[in-house]
Design a protein. Structure first.
Length: 400
């Protein structure tokens, strides 16, 4: 029988062995990844030898790496993406057609695609796993300069960064208005997606466990489903069918922008892009840029920031030879689209949590934020609609 001190020593030894095993596993994985990526680069690309690789701790969907290569004595920096499991080739083609179109249009805020030696823009690997073929996609982009200052949650942009971000979104929309895309994104348009979101909520409610996330989700499920139903009825197909469509970014938040001296100088992550109504992209940006995550006000819309963003977007759109500013139909439907956009993010909170078995404490913060934003909109609906109308009335008055 071991005494207490011997048990303590044994426990410390076990902890040391576990820690050493974890570090060894990390080294093995790191070396495998570096060898694998080095093989991809040497086989398919003409950018030199891989000399440095660093996994970037950002994003929830794809794996991202900063890489450096040396060719003819010159060191160059790139961005390498390993796409999420399950993405389809048509979706990769769609994203890449957007980036190539932006380059042709002179939109230099996006990272250019680095072509392979044969001119293609991605690498597809196939692996047989239990009699099923799994496809994995890789692509290399130019490395955008600027500072990664924010994530999607609680970004805290300055007023100048907010206004600059609105102008960049307008420039992006102006550039892609005449895009003829290759491939497609399989996610439905928001008007078709909202009923699916309701189905998702009910499906995941049956899986709910006993964490704080599960409890909060189940407690608010009926309210979420009711808001989805009201939002669907408020959008209305007749008005929706009149709205201009283009390749929206569909993930336009401060975490997907780079900044320098309070100016947005880089835009990336077009893998959520799809063809949908332009106003939904503006609405989604407002959800990301113009809600607070702080204390008792968590989920509240910051109306001064909403006004700044819409003013910046409309002014830039007026100055560009593109799709133009939001029209009367888009202005009329914008408040409802903001409701839909918040539900879109809320759906991601729940979907990602249950599919990937994420940390319940981290994802509870996300879910609470979007449920509170949903309730804020419901409780302040008439005032919010009036406010949006006044913002656009003032914008029109200035430019008449």
């Amino acid at each position: 029988m071991l005494d207490l001190f011997e048990l303590i020593e044994l426990r410390e030894l076990v902890d040391t062995l576990v820690s050493s095993a974890q570090k060894l596993q990390e080294v093995i994985i790191r070396n495998y990844v570096r060898t694998h990526f080095g093989d991809i680069i040497s086989k398919y690309y003409d950018i030199g030898e891989l000399v440095h690789l660093e996994k970037l701790d950002r994003g929830y969907i794809n794996e991202s790496f900063a890489i450096e290569t040396i060719k003819n004595g010159k060191r160059s920096k790139y961005f390498l993406r390993k796409y999420k499991r399950g993405i389809r080739e048509e979706e990769v083609k769609f994203e890449h057609s957007i980036v190539k179109h932006l380059m042709r249009k002179g939109f230099r805020l996006a990272a250019s695609l680095i072509p392979r030696s044969d001119g293609k823009t991605y690498v597809k690997e196939t692996t047989k796993i239990q009699n099923e073929i799994e496809e994995t996609y890789f692509a290399i982009f130019g490395f955008l300069e600027g500072e990664d200052k924010y994530t999607w949650d609680n970004p805290g942009c300055t007023i100048k960064e907010l206004e600059s971000s609105a102008r960049v979104l307008a420039r992006y929309h102006s550039c892609v208005k005449d895009l003829v895309p290759e491939g497609r994104r399989y996610e439905p348009k928001i008007i078709e997606l909202l009923p699916n979101i309701a189905g998702n909520m009910m499906k995941y409610a049956k899986r709910a466990g006993n964490t704080r996330f599960d409890s909060y989700f189940f407690k608010n499920l009926d309210s979420i489903l009711s808001v989805i139903d009201r939002t669907i009825s408020q959008i209305g197909m007749p008005l929706y069918s009149k709205l201009p469509e283009l390749a929206i970014h569909c993930d336009y938040h401060p975490g997907n922008l780079k900044y320098r001296n309070e100016e947005a100088v880089g835009l990336f992550d077009f893998d959520w892009s799809k063809i949908d109504v332009r106003v939904f992209d503006v609405a989604l940006a407002i959800v990301y840029f113009c809600t607070t995550w702080e204390g008792k006000e968590d989920g509240d819309f910051l109306l001064d920031r909403v006004s700044i963003f819409l003013n910046g977007y409309q002014r830039e759109s007026l100055a560009l030879d593109g799709i133009g500013p939001l029209d009367d139909n888009e202005i009329k439907i914008l408040p409802v689209m903001i409701k839909a956009a918040n539900l879109y993010v809320l759906n991601w909170d729940v979907d990602d949590y249950y599919i990937k078995k994420q940390n319940p404490y981290e994802y509870l913060i996300y879910l609470q934020h979007n449920v509170r934003a949903m309730r804020w909109l419901e409780n302040n609906w008439n005032q919010f609609c009036d406010f949006i109308s006044r913002v656009f009335y003032d914008i029109k008055s200035v430019h008449q």
